[in-house]
Design a protein around this ligand. Structure first.
Ligand code: PLP
Length: 412
């Protein structure tokens, strides 16, 4: 399957990689939490990891394994673990790999809930440095003797800063520290995480991967780039014969099994179905976003547009190097005097909602919603103005989206 195109692999992977029973093209979904062993020795062997199998629904199910296999396959990794949500995947990874006294360098521009989780980690004694990851220099100067990892997002939300991915990946490799990349905004068809030496990709399946706003999920994939042997936080019990699996084993046991944010089998199946059209959707989304960004860019009622596809975006050259397409997130500042709330109410087709990666185009006022917990000073630091609107572009016929904006602007 490796030499086939992305979507060809996606729609045939379940059948060809996992061979579900009875010629089914989808893995059967079971709600069984428990699994019977006719031979008692088998339950012992599965518990001890000597044999593959499922023992309890919190740790694994066939539906989750099928989804994990496909997600691992498209990242060309050494394994994947799925979770109930993207936040569960991030939390489980962080809390199973790091401990008090460790230092982690994180992006200054993080998804709000991740930022809040990082604050919890600080309260547990993990040292954090926030840096501007659009330039590797800032990461380099934050390195300390106890630095264990760098954590960032490929394209940040809502201002669309693009991380200096290749240079940071090379720095992490030279320093022998983990490079954790949240690639929610740029799934595997748009971005090759392994090529920038990401150790783990972590992200939300809720967004572009599932794509239809009807299911939550998260995942961590190990790209196989990192040498776990030198990572001192791996507990002796998880140092098995296959060193490539050490990190995922610890995340699976300490993060998934113990913390318990398991993806349900029906959700795993719904995500697998959504995933089949990932490239079709994101190609259309990127095309629509580029057109809308260009339309808004010169508009008299728009003070600024943030979209990595625009030539005047500060990291346009990085985005062009790393991504196929420029993503579906586009933010803009209305000119002073136009109230973002009134403007959103004037849009008819565009839905006012806080989600992204959907088939439908969504918008929300940024400062008063996802950033309302921040002080005005913090918002200013993150370049979030009071007039900012964040859009998540969908797959609609783009002329209809432009027309919706035209009629809304005409009211001001
Ligand atoms: C939405 C999102 C998450 C969290 O995912 P959930 O599935 O909603 O828990 C994490 N990171 C980024 C960049 C996101 O956009």
């Amino acid at each position: 399957m490796k030499n086939k195109g992305f979507t060809t692999r996606l729609v045939h992977a379940d059948r060809m990689v996992n061979s579900p029973e009875n010629g089914a093209v989808h893995q059967a979904t079971t709600n069984s939490v428990l699994f019977e062993f006719k031979e008692a020795q088998d339950i012992v062997d599965v518990f001890q990891g000597k044999k593959a199998g499922h023992v309890y629904g919190r740790s694994s199910t066939a539906s989750n394994v099928a989804l994990q296999n496909i997600l691992n396959h498209i990242e060309d990794g050494v394994g994947a673990i799925t979770f109930a949500t993207g936040m569960a995947a991030i939390t489980a990874t962080m809390l199973s790999l790091f401990k008090a006294g460790d230092h982690i360098i994180v992006s200054h521009f993080l998804f709000g809930n991740t930022r809040s989780l990082i604050e919890t980690m600080e309260s547990l004694g993990i040292e954090i440095s926030y840096v501007d990851v659009t330039d590797v220099i800032n990461v380099k100067s934050a390195l300390k003797i106890n630095t264990k990892a760098v954590y960032l997002e490929t394209i940040a939300n809502p201002v669309t800063q693009v991380a200096d991915l290749r240079a940071i990946g090379q720095l992490c490799q030279a320093e022998n520290i983990l490079f954790l990349v949240d690639n929610t905004m740029t799934p595997a068809n748009m971005f090759n995480a392994k090529s920038v030496l990401a150790s783990l990709t972590i992200g939300s399946l809720t967004k572009y991967i599932a794509g239809h706003g009807n299911v939550l999920g998260g995942v961590v994939v190990d790209t196989g780039v990192f040498d776990w042997e030198s990572f001192e936080n791996i507990l002796p019990i998880y140092r098995g014969t296959d060193i490539a699996q050490w990190g995922l084993t610890q995340i699976k046991k300490r993060g998934l099994r113990d913390m318990g944010a398991t993806l349900s089998p029906t959700s795993a199946h719904a995500i697998s179905v959504g995933l089949e059209t990932l490239a079709l959707r994101t190609n259309k989304i990127c095309e629509n976003a580029m057109r809308l960004a260009s339309y808004l860019h010169g508009h008299e009622h728009v003070a600024a547009v943030y979209y990595p596809g625009l030539a005047d975006h500060p990291q346009h050259f990085l985005a062009r190097e790393h991504f196929k397409g420029y993503g579906g997130i586009l933010s803009f500042d209305l000119t002073d005097g136009i109230d973002p709330i009134a403007f959103l109410n004037a849009l008819n087709l565009v839905i006012c909602a806080t989600h992204l990666g959907d088939t439908r185009t969504l918008a929300l006022p940024v400062a008063s919603t996802i950033y309302f917990e921040c002080t005005a000073e913090q918002r200013h630091e993150m370049n979030v103005s009071d007039n900012m609107i964040r859009m998540s572009i969908g797959i609609e016929d783009v002329d209809d989206l432009v027309a919706d904006f035209e009629q809304a602007f005409a009211q001001f």
